[in-house]
Design a binder for this molecule. Structure first.
Ligand code: HPA
Length: 348
């Protein structure tokens, strides 16, 4: 190709039907551009074979970037199943996905976001329960603006929105509705003393589950009892330890347990068994999330659309949908861990 018939940025802009400034932004990847516009520009660049050598770097920046999902751990089923949804949708969209873990360390989270920004990730999806305080809001707002300035998008998954003017997209699920429904399921079976095992004051996921539990009790005219709300992290070990602690204090003063998630339920069931209590004959129990080992335990639980959460996060990031905040539904999965209450609870 000679200099005289060399394709220019103007040719690309004309072919794509956009301004020269837009082409330059897409190539530099340093400014947010609508996915549809970006695709038009990239197509025109390819069709015209726009100066591949001189601008190889710019062209590589114009290629679709990776979609990154940032989670606490990949060994926790909740995160693993959402990551699976992200990976499937990203692959369908011709994107590579990156899975990053921070182990709950905000310093590590910050360096991951910075690295992803430098790598020109197309989107960064942050997943999981948080404590929403001023520090968190400030940190997320900074991430959102920094990523937007680099042409990338921040998506919050399973977390509340940040507020007006912050360029972050949000997909969540009906956490409170699921907790209300599963508590109502226990109440319908005649249970009145229901232990909530999984209190984590300030944590968004736990707080909304407790809210659903309390509202179902109130709706059925059952007075709330703070003595029946027990703290536990969302892990098997925490569920086991918390139930051990409770049973060490004497015979149970409850006939059913609502575990904060299925892992907590698994730990609690082990403790109940070790104390000679059979599930569901002596004690009913329900969980939340519908992840392994819920099925193997025959645990009645609340199904979270993990896969769809991940897929929706990618669709939002790529501008395939503009509904944000988006709330996905939850529903109960009835298995065999709840029995009708036959006798008055021990100790009451
Ligand atoms: N962490 C672990 N398990 C969960 C979460 C979370 O943030 N939300 C729902 N289940």
């Amino acid at each position: 190709m000679t200099t005289s018939n060399r394709v220019t940025i103007r040719d690309v802009a004309r072919q794509a039907g956009v301004s020269v400034a837009t082409v330059s932004r897409v190539l530099a990847g340093d400014y947010p551009v609508l996915a549809a516009t970006r695709n038009k520009v990239i197509r025109a660049v390819r069709e015209l074979d726009y100066v591949p050598n001189a601008h190889a770097r710019a062209l590589s920046a114009a290629r679709p970037g990776a979609i990154a999902i940032v989670v606490n751990s990949v060994a926790v089923p909740y995160y693993a199943y959402i990551a699976q949804g992200v990976e499937e949708q990203a692959a369908q969209e011709g994107r590579l996905s990156l899975i990053c873990t921070h182990g709950g360390d905000t310093g590590r989270e910050l360096s991951i976001v910075q690295l992803l920004r430098e790598q020109r990730a197309e989107a960064v999806i942050l997943v999981g329960s948080v404590i929403v305080d001023d520090e968190y809001r400030k940190r997320m707002t900074e991430y959102a603006h920094a990523l937007a300035a680099a042409g990338s998008r921040l998506v919050l998954c399973g977390r509340p929105p940040l507020g007006e003017g912050v360029p972050a997209l949000v997909v969540g699920f009906d956490n409170t509705g699921g907790a209300h429904a599963v508590t109502a399921h226990l109440l319908s079976a005649g249970h009145r003393r229901i232990l909530y095992l999984g209190l984590r004051p300030g944590h968004t996921t736990s707080d909304s589950r407790v809210a659903g539990y309390r509202s179902a009790l109130a709706e059925h005219g059952v007075p709330g009892d703070p003595g029946l709300e027990v703290e536990a992290e969302f892990s098997r070990d925490a569920g086991y330890a918390a139930m051990n602690g409770r049973l060490a204090a004497g015979p149970p003063d409850f006939t059913a347990v609502f575990a904060g998630n299925d892992l907590v339920a698994a730990g609690a069931i082990q403790s109940l068994r070790e104390h000679g209590l059979r599930v569901p004959e002596d004690m009913s129990i329900v969980g939340y999330d519908d992840v392994p080992p819920a099925q193997d335990l025959g645990l009645t639980t609340v199904h979270l659309p993990h896969d769809e959460l991940g897929r929706a996060a990618v669709r939002l990031a790529l501008g395939r949908t503009t509904t944000s905040p988006m709330t996905l539904g939850t529903h109960i999965v009835v298995r065999d861990s709840v029995r009708p209450r036959l006798a008055a609870p021990l100790g009451s």
